[in-house]
Every structure is written in C-alpha cells, then in structure tokens.
Design a binder for this molecule. Structure first.
Ligand SMILES: Cc1cc2nc3c(=O)[nH]c(=O)nc-3n(C[C@H](O)[C@H](O)[C@H](O)COP(=O)(O)OP(=O)(O)OC[C@H]3O[C@@H](n4cnc5c(N)ncnc54)[C@H](O)[C@@H]3O)c2cc1C
Length: 451
C-alpha cells in the first residue's frame, strides 16, 4: 500500500493530540480552498483511545482548575510556561468545552469537572469534534520512526495488529504516512500501559531535540520502610504540611493538604505534589529531608512550650482537645514513634521526651525509600525543554515543520487539573500554528484577494 499523504500528522491521540487535531482542523476549515481537513491524520499506538482521560479524576476527569498560572508547574522556566498557558487560558478552555456540549462545574477545591461527573463526556466530545472536522483517526498505529525528508515527514509504523479507523471499523491501513507538518504529542511515561511509554523521546531526539538528563515520575506515591509505623494506618487520610528541607536546613518546597497513609507509604494530594521535588532533591542534593507536620499552625518549639504547660493531661487527651480532627490512631502512632506512652500524664515527660513528641507531630522526618514508579504516577517530570521551541507556535527550533505539545515537554503540574490544562494550551497553540504553516504565511492575504 502506498504511503498515506497528509497535510498534518498528529502523533498521539491523548489530550494534547486531540486538542491539536481539533485546533488544526478548525483552522483549516476556514480555508477550504487552500487545504482539506481530510489532510489531518491522527495516529495513536493504543488499541483503546483516551485511556488517560477516562481514568483521570477517578473517572470524572478533572479537566482544569479555576486558577491556573505558571507557579503550579515545574520543569522549564516559569516565563516560558506562562506564555503558553496565556495563549489558551482557562476561560477559553471552558468555552471550548461548552461549545462542544461539555459544561464544567467548579468544586470547592477549585477543580473543574464535567457536570456529568463522567470522563466519557469529555472524551466523546473530543472524538466527536475530530470526526466532525474530518480528522482521520487511525489506531493502533504506533509510530516507530519519524524522519524529515525534503518532501516532508515520513512516519513509519511499528509492526502491529489490524488497525481501526475513527468509525471503529477494521480496515487496511498504510504502513507509512507522509505529511507536510507533524505535531508530536506522545505524552510522557506515566501509566505506560495506556500507550505513553516514552518512545516519543526517541522520536524527538532523532529529529534533533534533546531530552532532560533526568526523566522521573511526578505526582507519584512515595514509599516508606516496611516497618514504618505510618504504614499500619493504611487508608487513613489526614491534613498535613509536607516540607522539603535541603542539606543546609533551607526549606525548598512546602505543600499543605491531605496525605493518605497506605500499605507501602504515602499518597494523597500533598504527598503526590511534593514527590517530584523530593525525587529531584534526592538526586541532586543528597542529605535533603522530607518533614511532615500534623499541626501546621505550630512549630516544634511552640508545641513543646504548650506541652510543658500541660501537666495533668495525657498526650492522647491533650491532642484530642487541641486538634479534634486528628484521628486517635494517628496520635497513638506518632506517640509511639516518639517513644512516649500516650496515656501517661504529660508531667512525666522530661525535656528531651517532650521535644521528641513535639517533633513527631510538627516535624516528623519521613525516611522515604523511593517512589512507586511510572506505573502509579500521574505525570512525568522532564522531557523536551521549552527552550527548543518557538513558544508562540510550539514549532521546533531544531526541525522545521515539527510542533510539540503536551506531557512530552519538560513541564509538569500539580494535582488539580493543571496537567490537562497544559495539554489543552500547548495542544491548541501547536494545532493552530501547524495549520497556518501548511496554509502558508500569505494565506489570509490571498484569501482576502480571492474572496
Ligand atoms: C491515573 C491518572 C490520572 C490523572 N488525572 C488527571 C486529572 O484528573 N487532571 C489532570 O489535569 N491531569 C491528570 N492526569 C495527567 C494527564 O492525564 C496527563 O498529563 C495528560 O493526559 C497528558 O496528555 P498528553 O496528550 O500529553 O499525553 P497522553 O495522554 O499520555 O497521550 C499520549 C498519546 O500518545 C500515544 N503514543 C505514545 N507513543 C506513541 C507512538 N510512538 N506512536 C503513536 N502514538 C503514541 C499514546 O498511546 C497516548 O494515547 C492523570 C494522569 C494519570 C496517569
């Protein structure tokens, strides 16, 4: 079968790739005499499309957050991230989904979900819009190699089973696709069974890009030693403040929110948010420590002073009245970690033991052993640096005609809809710009003359 000819090939039909294909399609339909939307081909290696959209937010898909800015992200520089986010911001994202019939509601946490509380609503709308625009969606069609030739890009397919087209009918599909422009949106390495297994990095490198020296899981649960007492509290979620402290004692990063004790260690929003910083510090600043406070309004010193004044109460009664929300199970475990009897009156405590108790509640050092890996991660830290792109278009500075979007880039956000917002923003910029690139710089002028 001869190569399939396309104007634009989008590689990866995750959040960024679907958005890019839609943005490109909407741009091209405005110029029907210059290019055909059938010229957009969306290729994905996965048998099941949109798996990550469907699992997101516990199956409800946390589409974005009401207050997104660059401070919620890490990786490339903040000005670079800001530029892309502002090009397609949250109000435009809300409007984009509303136009496709997906209304979003804001929850008290600031997260936005579809009013249906069902991620299928989001995926179906994106796929439906691709179909409406005539985007040709082919899967499973894994791009093994992408080469830049004088005639455009040649995408070669990895050996695989029969493919499905957008209408899900099995059909013959080409072994090669030739396109004038390519949008690479193959994601990172989180949850690799969904199809994002890092092959995109190899493809990007082959086209002249670099990838950060370290690619690590982000938003990933962290592990504690098998005998750590917090592991006995599996299933318990408590509010806490986690602080990453450098070897010199400097506080590098703090997240406040629920942490979830599990049979392996820690999960929950605050633990997930700080995970990528802890992994970075472990690699770059040995001697860094992660501290947990279960009484964030106090320091160990001020708690110590309070305990010194609390003579007749036992620690259990003291914490019960001081922090009623703190589960008794946790109080007992923290007392045990400090080596203190939870039911003996506090006046038995000498200064050293009081200090140990205050430290366990306000600055408990977590002897983390590692992380649960990409299989349990929600995002990827590292990727193609934004400095290698023109940020107003997401066009490659290394390879003309190539555009890059989504988690493949060196940008990762907090829990709460920030990673999808990055995918929507970068995907929209890349898709619109790729379409303009195939229309040519004078498209608007010529249309005007023709019109
Ligand atoms: C369990 C889980 C829950 C999450 N929940 C949320 C949430 O609620 N809110 C939020 O903002 N973020 C959430 N995220 C993060 C968010 O899903 C991702 O950041 C986002 O999906 C990234 O979009 P992407 O399009 O860049 O990459 P992906 O969604 O990873 O898509 C990449 C696509 O490229 C395809 N592909 C890869 N390599 C090739 C190749 N060589 N050839 C062809 N196709 C290829 C893959 O099959 C995949 O379909 C969650 C992530 C996980 C794992």
């Amino acid at each position: 079968m001869p190569p399939l000819q396309a104007e634009i090939a989008v590689v990866g039909a995750g959040a960024a790739g679907l958005m890019a294909a839609i943005a490109a399609g909407r741009t091209l339909v405005q110029h029907p005499h210059r290019a055909r939307t059938a010229g957009i081909v969306l290729l994905d290696g996965a048998r099941v499309l949109g798996a990550k959209i469907l699992v997101a937010g516990g199956g409800r898909c946390n589409v974005t957050h009401h207050a997104v800015d660059e401070t919620a992200y890490a990786g490339s520089t903040r000005p670079a991230i800001r530029k892309v986010l502002r090009a397609f911001d949250v109000p435009r994202t809300i409007e984009f989904f509303r136009e496709m019939g997906v209304n979003l509601k804001r929850e008290p946490t600031g997260k936005l979900f579809p009013t249906t509380d069902d991620a299928h609503t989001v995926l179906d709308a994106l796929l439906g819009e691709c179909r409406r625009l005539g985007v040709r969606l082919i899967h499973p069609w894994r791009v093994e190699r992408l080469t830049h030739t004088p005639r455009g890009f040649l995408a070669e397919r990895a050996p695989t089973a029969p493919t499905r087209s957008a209408d899900h009918s099995c059909q013959d599909s080409p072994e090669q696709v030739v396109a004038r422009a390519v949008i690479l949106a193959t994601g990172g390495m989180a949850l690799p069974r969904t199809g994002s297994d890092g092959h995109g990095y190899t493809v990007a490198r082959a086209l002249g890009h670099t990838v950060t020296a370290r690619i690590t899981p982000a938003l990933v649960p962290l592990t504690l030693p098998p005998d750590h007492q917090l592991r006995t509290l599996s299933g318990l979620s408590v509010p806490a403040r986690l602080t990453l402290v450098g070897p010199t004692g400097k506080h590098h990063k703090t997240f406040t929110g629920p942490i979830l004790c599990t049979h392996f260690g820690l999960s929950g929003p605050a633990a997930l948010d700080i995970s990528r910083y802890w992994l970075e510090a472990r690699a770059e600043q040995p001697g860094s420590r992660l501290l947990a406070s279960f009484m964030p309004d106090l320091t160990p010193e001020s708690l110590d002073a309070e305990l010194a004044r609390t003579r007749r109460l036992s620690p259990l009664r003291f914490f019960e009245s001081r922090v009623p929300d703190l589960p008794e199970r946790l109080v007992r475990v923290l007392c045990s970690i400090a080596g203190i009897d939870p039911v003996a009156p506090c006046d038995h405590l000498d200064r050293a033991r009081r200090k140990a108790l205050a430290t366990a509640f306000c600055a408990l050092e977590l002897p983390l052993t590692g992380d649960r890996g990409f299989t349990f991660a929600e995002a990827t830290a590292g990727g193609v640096p934004l400095s290698e792109l023109h940020l107003e278009t997401m066009a490659s500075r290394r390879c003309p005609g190539l555009f890059i979007a989504g988690e493949l880039l060196d940008v990762d956000g907090r829990i709460g809809g920030f990673n999808f917002q990055w995918a929507w923003s970068s995907g929209h910029v890349a898709g619109s710009a790729a379409a303009h690139s195939v229309l040519g710089p004078t498209a608007d002028t010529q249309d005007h003359h023709l019109g």
